[in-house]
Design a protein around this ligand. Structure first.
Ligand code: ZN
Length: 321
């Protein structure tokens, strides 16, 4: 029997993305279930496994045709041990995730942080093109990241490597969720961009942003990108400042890694070329020329599928190691 199916799981705070994939990363079927946090956080794992069993049956795939399960989950995770130190969103603390799922399914289970599996997926079948040295940054509600060096994802001493969103870029900046001040995330996330826009609303009551705020009673990063595309000077300045700060952080980070690719993904990156080109401009301005020469900036390509594809790669990679 051909054992070339893999289950890829990407657990988020509100939904779990699940995929059944071939070992070349092709998605056979993908679906989502709700993230239920009951039973000390084990309910969600039970739900995932039950829905996988239903799908396998539906597709007439036998359990012994499945190579294993790859899981990405939020929080501080030891990928080697499959151990979650803490995932606040899911109520996990010192949780042996891979043992729990493995006991349940009888299959090999491999676990990584959710930002890291997205990077692994993107580097396998997306914009990374299987590069050995990659920095990936995800600009969403927060700013996530992951680092591949020598072809391997970097975990660090306690699972915290590659938390690019928490590089400090402004010593006198805004408070960050991590308890410090002025992290990249306070400026470059969707939330950070909206906050910059609110500052304009307050400072310039006749600006276009102020008009949008009066109409909608709120400002989002999407408003900023839309107004910028229409030529609004305030919004162009917000994007320029945001790209400047991102380019600065990436240039400094590049010194330690000498990456061949920097991948930029997440909701904010969908604003597309204007942002990428401006980040590129500032990255070029700040980076050491020899490092700049070797490095290409690209927008991530796999979108929401990066996680389940990366999770599948964890299984495939362990098999061939
Ligand atoms: Zn922070």
């Amino acid at each position: 029997m051909n054992k070339n199916n893999i289950v890829g799981v990407d657990i988020g705070g509100t939904t779990v993305k699940i995929g059944l994939l071939k070992d070349d990363g092709k998605i056979i079927k993908k679906w989502e279930i709700e993230t239920k946090k009951s039973n000390d956080g084990t309910q969600v794992i039970d739900d995932i496994w039950n829905s996988v069993l239903v799908t396998l049956k539906e597709l007439s795939i036998d359990l012994n045709q499945v190579l294993g399960i790859g899981i990405g989950a939020p929080g501080f995770i030891d990928g080697k041990k499959g151990y979650v130190y803490e995932a606040v969103n899911l109520g996990w603390k010192n949780f042996k995730l891979s043992d729990y799922m493995s006991d349940k399914s009888g299959l090999p289970v491999f676990v990584e942080n959710d930002a890291n599996i997205a990077v692994i997926g993107e580097n396998w079948l997306g914009a990374g093109n299987q590069s050995k040295d990659v920095i990936a940054v995800t600009l969403g509600t927060g700013v996530g990241g992951g680092i591949i060096t020598g072809g391997k994802i970097l975990n660090g001493a306690n699972g915290t490597a590659g938390e690019i969103g928490h590089i400090i870029v402004d010593l006198n900046g805004y408070d960050c969720n991590c308890g410090r001040k002025g992290c990249l995330e306070t400026i470059a996330s969707a939330t950070g961009i909206a906050r910059q826009a609110m500052q304009i609303v307050e400072d310039k009551p006749t600006s276009k942003l102020a008009v949008v705020f009066q109409e909608n009673n709120t400002i989002t990063s999407k408003d900023v990108f839309e107004l910028a595309a229409l030529g609004d000077e305030d919004c162009n300045q917000i994007i320029n400042h945001t790209a400047d700060v991102i380019g600065f952080a990436l240039a400094n980070l590049s010194i330690t890694l000498n990456p061949s690719k920097i991948l930029i993904g997440g909701g904010v990156s969908k604003a597309g070329n204007q942002l990428l080109q401006t980040i590129n401009k500032y990255f070029t301005k700040y980076a050491l020329p020899r490092i700049r020469e070797a490095c290409e900036l690209r927008i991530a390509e796999l979108g929401n599928d990066a996680g389940i594809i990366g999770a599948a790669y964890l299984v495939k990679n362990h098999k061939t190691e």
